[in-house]
Design a protein around this ligand. Structure first.
Ligand code: VG1
Ligand code: CO
Length: 543
């Protein structure tokens, strides 16, 4: 065993954001950088001796290098078993499942999710705990504190192992198992969904286009949709994981999955279109001629989940992140179950899922999941939609219209202002925070502010408090604007502005979203001074 002392640690120790530590590949390639972070993780987790660690990533550039090093370090830090996805590939939900299924102490997930990959793009590492979910804040805070004082890291001095060959090899005192990346996950999906019913729908001519965006879900989607469910070869597009995702952002939104969107709006559209992101935890859902916002998808899945095999017993509760629209709240109310509002980031759902207080969770950022794992899950979301459609035998558009007629419609959009100078973004938030108390009663065009606050969350299970989780401005009638800074960007600051307008059942349910949100958009700029603070008059991305 070798002990290596960090002499010149180029570690900026920046606090891991919403989801692990995301940095440019060039930053991660500095000597000791990844090692310092991984050792900081190992230094704060107890119980490593004799334990199992899961390791896998989304296949992006630098994945294999860091995985080889993480294996050497895990062996030197006392783990007895290390389970690695073949070729270093594990989708985030598949990694979560392996941690749970095999009773691992935790897992290292190497991904920068939907951020682009390649030598000049992004990399990331996230630690998940034994419930399979992202480390909660008390653990990430401890990891951060450790990064400030770390002075050495441990690794076994061995050459890299063959990551592509299924089987077990010894590294130092640890046995390293290279496992099929897909098999356990696909088996879990077969437990949750009636594959026979979906197969029958496909056999009846129902068609699917799934865009894996040259990212991690390719192998999962090909096995599940084409091999097990019988959708035609070619159903899965961009199904081979590439280190640079084919030069695209593996972000399943209307900007980066435009080709799929255009297909779904064309006369050649298949019945159902979907995409997933770099690490397989996000989903985009588009029916023939009908885009479903992620917030609506959560509500529609929750309202119909009982039609799917794994959810026949009904839901215990629904949880959504604060910026996600209130569409799911109305479903929860109709079902007579609780609805929880958490800060952004999947880690906040973990306790609710563990305590059996929520079954389905979702975020406006194209994340939906359930208590089957402790991450959001893109392929699962597509399967739940398919399972519901196989039961109801209606189109996505018809299901959406039916839903809105019953619950009303939450028109929704998110405007992102990317790569802002950090000081300007911080100044905007500071000024708006200071202005919040005076906002109620003020009018902007036809909109009058009813309430405004900075969102804090007290975890109902362990009482832990998370403050400053976004600024909320509520208008009379149920419309809302939320402002927050991204915790996952790697370049400057990203301001996210979340816009939501509620139209009750019987109201204007079939309008175009931009027109419905126009007044809110002007109000948002007037309230926060976006143009004044940032010089930007248009968002970079609208989703
Ligand atoms: C974004 C999303 C958030 C999501 C997070 C991680 O965070 O808004 O909802 O949980 O990404 O998703 P932020 O702080 O940039 O707004 V993923 O697919 O990167 O694991
Ligand atoms: Co992701």
């Amino acid at each position: 065993m070798t002990v290596l002392t960090v002499a010149t640690a180029p570690f900026d120790g920046q606090k891991p954001g919403t989801s692990g530590l995301r940095k440019k590949v060039k930053v991660y390639q500095q000597p000791n950088y990844a090692e310092n972070f991984i050792q900081s993780v190992f230094d704060v987790v107890d119980g490593k001796e004799g334990a199992l660690l899961v390791i896998g990533g989304d296949g992006r550039y630098h994945n294999r290098t860091v995985i080889q090093q993480a294996i050497r370090m895990a062996a030197a830090n006392g783990f007895a078993r290390i389970m690695v996805g073949q070729g270093g590939i594990l989708s985030t939900p598949a990694a979560s499942h392996l941690i749970r299924k095999y009773g691992a102490l935790g897992g290292l997930i190497l991904s920068a999710s939907h951020n682009p990959g390649g030598p000049d793009e992004d990399f990331g590492i996230k630690y998940n705990v034994s419930n399979g979910g992202p480390a909660p804040e008390k653990v990430t805070d401890a990891i951060y504190a450790r990064t400030q004082t770390i002075d050495h890291w441990l690794a076994v001095d061995t050459p890299g192992i063959d990551l592509d060959r299924i089987g077990t090899v010894q590294v130092g005192g640890a046995s390293v198992e290279i496992v099929d990346s897909v098999a356990d996950y696909a088996a879990l999906m077969e437990e949750l969904f009636d594959f026979g019913a979906i197969r029958a729908m496909a056999a009846d001519g129902f068609t699917l286009a799934f865009d894996a965006m040259s990212a991690v879900t390719g192998p999962y989607a090909t096995e599940i949709f084409e091999r097990r469910l019988g959708f035609a070869p070619g159903t899965v597009r961009n199904g081979t994981p590439l280190e640079d995702f084919g030069h695209h952002h593996p972000d399943p939104n209307l900007v980066h999955a435009k080709e799929l969107y255009d297909l779904m709006m064309s006369t050649d559209a298949p019945d159902f279109g979907a995409a997933s992101d770099g690490d397989g935890d996000r989903n985009l859902i588009i029916g023939k001629g009908r885009f479903i916002t992620p917030s609506d998808s959560l509500a529609m899945l929750a309202a119909n989940a009982h039609l799917a095999k794994g959810y026949r017993g009904g839901l215990k509760g629904i949880a959504r992140s604060m910026p996600t629209s209130a569409a799911a709240d109305r479903v929860a109310q109709a079902l007579g179950i609780p609805c929880f509002e958490t800060p952004t980031g999947w880690k906040f759902f973990g306790n609710l899922l563990d305590a059996g207080m929520a079954t389905i969770c979702g975020e406006e950022s194209a994340g939906t999941g359930s208590d089957h794992v402790r991450e959001k899950d893109g392929v699962w979301a597509v399967l739940l939609w398919l399972a519901i459609l196989a039961e109801r035998r209606i189109s996505v558009d018809a299901l959406a219209r039916d839903h809105w007629a019953r619950f009303g419609r939450n028109y929704y959009a998110r405007h992102d202002y990317e790569a802002l100078p950090t000081d300007k973004a911080n100044a905007l938030i500071a000024a708006l925070t200071a202005a919040l108390p005076a906002l109620p009663g003020q009018s902007f065009g036809p909109l009058t502010i009813a309430a405004a606050d900075s969102f804090s969350y007290a975890d109902p299970v362990d009482g832990s408090l998370s403050a400053n989780q976004g600024l909320r401005v509520l208008f009379e009638g149920g419309s809302r604007v939320v402002f927050r800074l991204s915790g996952t960007g790697t370049e400057g600051a990203t301001l996210r502005v979340y816009l939501e307008r509620y139209e009750p059942a019987g109201g204007a349910l079939d309008e175009e979203t931009p027109a419905m949100l126009a007044d809110l958009i002007s109000a948002a700029d007037a309230i926060a001074g976006i143009a004044r603070h940032t010089g930007r008059t248009e968002p970079d991305v609208v989703t």
